[in-house]
Design a protein around this ligand. Structure first.
Ligand code: NCD
Length: 300
């Protein structure tokens, strides 16, 4: 069964295949969608806040001609009455052909996968992983650069310790040759050891002009108030603010990415600069998730 649980499950070949399928899905969207998934149901169980991830999963299923059922607030779910996730999994697996889940606890998507009997997609499990975001990030990078064929410097900036999008995306880009990674963050919010690889990665504690000038991709992130202690959050909440002056130091064909939502990390004056790719990045979530749904349902 084609679950999507972790970035580490994908080989370079699988990633390339998904990128090609996402490009086909983008054409399908341009032509108004299709009915490939007619009669199929996707359940979206979102137990943490979400705008982009849930709505793009749902838009993706609609574009494929399928239907969705949704739980959008854990307070209205039987989980709040004390139901264990494995029971929810068995029930929802009987209602839907596929499940996308977001939850607070690392490993919840795996529990869903173990008990539901249908393909499960991890839409973010706490501070662990966010593999579908990693895939849409990879797709965004691959639309700009010949990933694996030209040397690329990718700098992940911000709150990396609990930043699940960075945990997933960095593992995926590392599958490709010629990629060097900078993790740019103060020591107490740096990338966890399990995602750091001495062969390809370097840690930096400040965002220097050299990093701005030499990166092909800068992937900025939010300082996640909800996942940090109040002291650590207060200390870093204004770190790495990007304004036009900073972004103008980037190479003309470099790109500035962000999984969104942004709070104050990127000034609105940056939005119209050629490097700003974060809105396009979010929209790429639809064709990428269409490809993942279609793969999971064995439609492609
Ligand atoms: C991210 C998340 O939820 O991990 N957002 C997203 O899915 N696009 C990042 C964040 O919340 O800062």
């Amino acid at each position: 069964m084609q679950h999507v649980l972790s970035a580490g499950q994908f080989s370079k070949e699988a990633l390339e295949e998904i990128m090609a399928q996402a490009a086909d899905m983008e054409e399908i969207v341009k032509n108004g969608g299709c009915d490939m998934a007619k009669g199929r149901i996707l359940a979206t169980l979102f137990y943490e806040p979400s705008t982009r991830t849930r709505l793009s999963f749902e838009a993706a299923m609609h574009r494929l001609g399928g239907s969705i059922i949704s739980e959008t607030d854990v307070n209205f779910s039987s989980i709040t009455k004390g139901e264990v996730l494995s029971d929810t999994a068995r029930i929802v697996g009987g209602y839907a052909d596929m499940i996308a889940i977001r939850s607070k606890t690392p490993g919840d998507a795996k529990i869903m996968a173990d008990y539901s009997g249908v393909p499960v997609i991890n839409g973010g499990d706490g501070s662990a992983e966010h593999p579908t975001q990693g895939l849409l990030d990879l797709y965004t990078i691959s639309k700009q650069f010949k990933l694996g064929h030209e040397p690329l410097v990718i700098s992940f900036v911000g709150e990396l310790i609990t930043g699940r999008t960075v945990h997933s995306c960095s593992q995926m880009v590392k599958q490709f040759p010629n990629v060097k990674i900078n993790f740019v963050a103060p020591a107490d919010i740096q990338i966890p050891d399990k995602y750091f690889d001495e062969a390809t990665d370097t840690k930096h504690f400040e965002l220097t002009d050299e990093i701005l000038e030499t990166s092909d991709v800068i992937y900025d992130t939010r300082i996640q108030k909800e996942r940090l202690s109040p002291e650590v959050y207060e200390k870093h909440k204004t770190a790495f603010h990007f304004n036009a002056e900073k972004v103008n130091k980037m190479k003309p064909n470099a790109i500035l990415m962000h999984p969104l939502p942004r709070v104050n990390e990127i000034a609105h004056e940056v939005d119209d600069l050629p490097q700003a790719k974060y809105f396009e990045q979010a929209i790429n979530g639809v064709p990428v998730r269409m490809a993942l749904i279609a793969r999971g349902l064995n439609l492609i």
